[in-house]
Design a protein around this ligand. Sequence first.
Ligand code: GDP
Ligand code: IMO
Ligand code: MG
Length: 431
Amino acid sequence: MVNVCVTGGQWGDEGKGKVIDILSEQFDVVVRFQGGSNAGHTVVINGKTYFLHLVPSGIFHRDKICIIGNGVVIDPFGLKKEMDELKENGVDVSPDRLLISDRAHLVLPFHKIFDKRLEDVREFKKIGTTGRGIGPCYGAKALRLGVRVIDLYDDNTLSLLLKDNAGIFNTLFKDYLSSELIDTDRLFNKLCEIREFFRPYVTNTVYRLNQFNKDGKSVLFEGAQASLLDIDHGTYPFVTSSSVISGGISSGAGFPPNLIDFNIGVFKAYCTRVGNGPFPTEAQNGVEEIIRSIGGEFGTTTGRPRRCGWFDLVAAKYARIINGYTHIAIMKLDVLNKFEEIPLCIGYRYKGTIIKEFPSDVNILEAVEPYYKFLKGWNSDISGINRFEDLPQEAKDYVNYISDSLEANLYLVSVGPDRSESIIIDNLLKN
Ligand code: GDP
Ligand code: IMO
Ligand code: MG
């Protein structure tokens, strides 16, 4: 029995969905522990593409149990839609294989309105959020104003909570944000309607999950967003609002840290970022567009073009430290097929020195210049390759340079979007 955590090592969209889908085959339970429908995880199976926002990416393997943990923020209307779409595609999302935490907080329509209006009115440091209500929902949670899944099933609690929220948010909406007001009665009725759909799925997932572990089942944790968007360790304030790193499992799923055997960091062979904030290795002079078009770098959730650039080892090493990566997956190596040489950032130039630590101050991070080592490209199509030894030497050198620098074992190298386009190097469960 092995328990593994998979988190993003960069700014998101590294290919976590694909990695989870591949790993799920070897695990019994797959758990989301943070984030909400700001996540967009893509899984491609036999040429068919699925997009997931809240349902764990293990859902495509029939006999696996998927859990949406207490640390996730759930948009109930969005989740129902996602589940309905999966069902239409023949995917089994019945209550015996999808469990939803009764402690998870609900993203309500006014959180989304607040998210968007806040972005409009703030002048200093606009974040460029996904507009999915994530910040306001986690904010309300911290303010002890949150509405949890369990609250849906107590009419009195639900209506009083909505009233309190309306009292506070409507003042902000009316006086400062010139936004439409919360209609508590209407929202109450809508929630009472949808709660019946979710009733069979809702449970105390902490007990279920820990019992699965006791019964010898293997658990896989699916991170959303990524280390550099972590609320504590990311490029604050240009971050998301949850603890996305491996340590977030304890609070976000109620699963103790000493039971995690391996931590896998998922990295693209280059870097992307959606939204605002510092990005030292962002490519210039048209190279950004080349990477974007080869890599299909457009947001899964919002469709926004992703900012593109080169692999940043300074940032990656920071992610490695805070997550304790034992393994890494390097994704989208095929996107670099046509580059003669590939820049790899090994330090930041700042005020005449080279710095190797990832700065806490975003103003410094905005001001640094990347210090590159240039590695030779392989200049050939590697998409069909499925054994590491068959990769061109230059591709092996590139990947090995990254894994050696991060002092982590290579779990997987990905050479195309499909499940089958993967080179598995370390079969974790057979270790
Ligand atoms: P996630 O949020 O980390 O799950 O990643 P996304 O799904 O948002 O973005 C990753 C994108 O890259 C998706 O469109 C995947 O289908 C695609 N992808 C994943 N691995 C590979 C790969 O090795 N090569 C290529 N070309 N595309 C990949
Ligand atoms: P996955 O799981 C990439 C970014 C947003 C914005 C910032 C805050 O698919 O990797 P939020 O809506 O969370 O308040 O936005 O975080 N962001 C992501 N970027 N991938 C994601 O998820 C993201 N989730 C949030 O673009 O800059
Ligand atoms: Mg994504």
